[in-house]
Design a protein around this ligand. Structure first.
Ligand SMILES: Cc1cc2nc3c(=O)[nH]c(=O)nc-3n(C[C@H](O)[C@H](O)[C@H](O)COP(=O)(O)OP(=O)(O)OC[C@H]3O[C@@H](n4cnc5c(N)ncnc54)[C@H](O)[C@@H]3O)c2cc1C
Length: 394
């Protein structure tokens, strides 16, 4: 699928982190700017970070115009990604149904739907009857603890195979001549007169004119090596899958009240996630109380699943900013750039974020889509608060 090259002494551009964002950035740099003297440096294996650990939801149901425009562009890139990469990423636009269980929740959902429609993103309010038709397994009986009062549909939302996204970008970038260096850890940066000139890695020193960091939950650790601080906290977010079942859930389902998001994979497994762990951690494994709570939430909405067995669970280390929006920006070191803060929702942003980060590395300025996602917004107070953007507030 891609070569295993020996690292060269110097490259024009280095990308630290072989997750979706690092790989997509390398691909767009090569394809759209002809910058092919590029290496992606990954300390483990490709997609071994959050890119291969997420619940694969892709959507653009954001509230603020800035975020809506950014995520909508990424969703549009997903629509043609399999063709662009000549690799099937199994993008399936099966729609996302968000359920409301109180009049207050329905009010908030109406406001969200209005905002989305104003932003040109598909959103449709649903009645209780619509929900029953779309989700016959959902408990709408009088015995249900929480009474469903309606919801909304984001029809263009969907899922894609996460490994395939990493592998597709890697193969396509490699075909352009990008070197992908796995099992190579960045351990320090070299700089002189305020300008970065290279990295120290487990495979030796590599110099570069420009360096991009895309290491998600390790962002603060890597930034520390370069001598600057980030407004990021690293938390564990976990997910789990059930044993495979016959097709029973034809859309993605979300409930803010229950903090639930669940879909059914093509293999038949129910893929569900819950809340993040409340304490900071780099452990990449989940805690049992979170699984217990997430499972209870699943059963509140779908009690009929009570005998379904949990098959496996895992955790990833997510990079959370105070406003839950990303950072795509320069750093205090000239020639060093960062893409981070993707938190619990950066899988869907891989094509859009990669394209914007490539633009920044190529031109030393962000494109129109990423202009607001600066580092200095935290000192100016110009936050883009998308804390509840997923319908579940992480
Ligand atoms: C359980 C879970 C569920 C999620 N669900 C969704 C979802 O449904 N939809 C969605 O859009 N997003 C979701 N996300 C978030 C999404 O997965 C991430 O935002 C996204 O994958 C981040 O991609 P990345 O390329 O920035 O990071 P990663 O994929 O984590 O890649 C970073 C890479 O950097 C490498 N690295 C770190 N330090 C170094 C170093 N010193 N030297 C070299 N390499 C280094 C790591 O090994 C890693 O491979 C979820 C995340 C988790 C954990």
């Amino acid at each position: 699928m891609w070569r295993t090259p020996t690292p060269r002494k110097a490259y024009q551009v280095l990308l630290v982190g072989g997750g979706g964002h690092g790989l997509a950035t390398a691909y767009y740099l090569a394809r759209d700017w002809g910058i092919r003297d590029v290496a992606v440096i990954e300390k483990g294996w490709l997609g071994g970070g959050n890119t291969g650990r997420n619940t694969t939801l892709i959507r653009s149901n954001y509230y603020y115009p800035t975020s809506a425009r950014f995520y909508q562009r990424s969703l549009k890139l997903f629509e043609r990604l399999s063709n662009d990469l000549n690799y099937n990423v199994m993008f399936s636009q099966r729609g996302i149904v968000t359920i409301a269980f109180s009049p207050h929740e329905l009010n908030l959902i109406s406001r969200q739907v209005n905002a989305m429609q104003l932003n040109g993103i598909d959103a449709q309010l649903l009645s209780r009857e619509d929900i029953q038709n779309l989700l016959p397994l959902c408990d709408l009986s009088d015995r249900a603890r929480d009474r469903c009062v309606g919801g909304y549909l984001h029809a263009s939302g969907g899922t894609a195979r996460h490994d395939a996204v990493a592998w597709g970008f890697a193969r396509a970038a490699d075909a352009f001549g990008v070197d992908i260096l796995q099992q190579c850890e960045v351990r320090g940066f070299e700089a002189s007169h305020g300008r970065v000139s290279g990295v120290h890695t487990s495979m030796g020193r590599i110099s570069a004119e420009r360096i991009g960091i895309a290491v998600a939950g390790n962002s603060t650790v890597v930034a520390d090596m370069a001598g600057f601080r980030l407004p990021i906290r690293s938390h564990t977010l976990q997910a789990f899958v059930s044993e495979p079942l016959k097709p029973l859930l034809h859309t993605i389902v979300m409930s803010g009240l229950h903090h639930l998001y669940v879909s059914q994979s093509d293999k038949g497994e129910l893929v569900a996630g819950g809340d993040g762990d409340s304490y900071t951690s780099y452990s990449q494994r989940g805690s049992f109380q979170t699984i217990e709570r997430a499972t209870l939430c699943l059963l509140e909405v779908f009690p009929t699943l009570s005998r379904v067995r949990l098959m496996r669970h895992w955790g990833g280390t997510v990079d959370l900013t105070p406003d839950r929006s990303p950072i795509i920006d320069r750093t205090p070191l000239e020639g060093l750039y960062i893409s981070t803060g993707w938190g619990t929702g950066g899988f869907k942003a891989i094509p859009g974020g990669g394209r914007s980060f490539a633009h920044l590395l190529a031109h030393d300025r962000t494109d129109e889509f990423a202009q607001a996602f600066t580092l200095e917004r935290f000192s100016r107070g110009a936050l883009i608060d998308e804390g509840a953007a997923s319908g579940v507030a992480h």
